[in-house]
Design a protein around this ligand. Structure first.
Ligand SMILES: [Zn+2]
Length: 73
């Protein structure tokens, strides 16, 4: 696979997970989860092991919250 395709591949992960495909985490291989927006959370693709996440498009106002997502629970 061409390394320059990585960005496209990552965007494709979002789309595939949202469509309901079982997409393995590129880090650990667990099936990724689509976390829907609720209670101030962002819609995101997350790994159950929390070693990988893709935030879906958010408004500019949400950037601080986006940074907050880096915090461990
Ligand atoms: Zn993972």
């Amino acid at each position: 696979m061409n390394p320059s395709d990585n960005n496209d591949l990552e965007q494709d992960i979002d789309v595939r997970v949202i469509r309901g495909d079982k997409v393995p985490c590129p880090i650990c291989g667990q099936i990724l989860i689509y976390q829907q927006a609720e209670d101030g959370k962002h819609p995101a693709i997350i790994c159950p092991n929390e070693d990988y996440s893709v935030l879906l498009e958010v408004k500019q106002n949400d950037i601080l919250e986006k940074l907050g997502l880096r915090k461990k629970r």
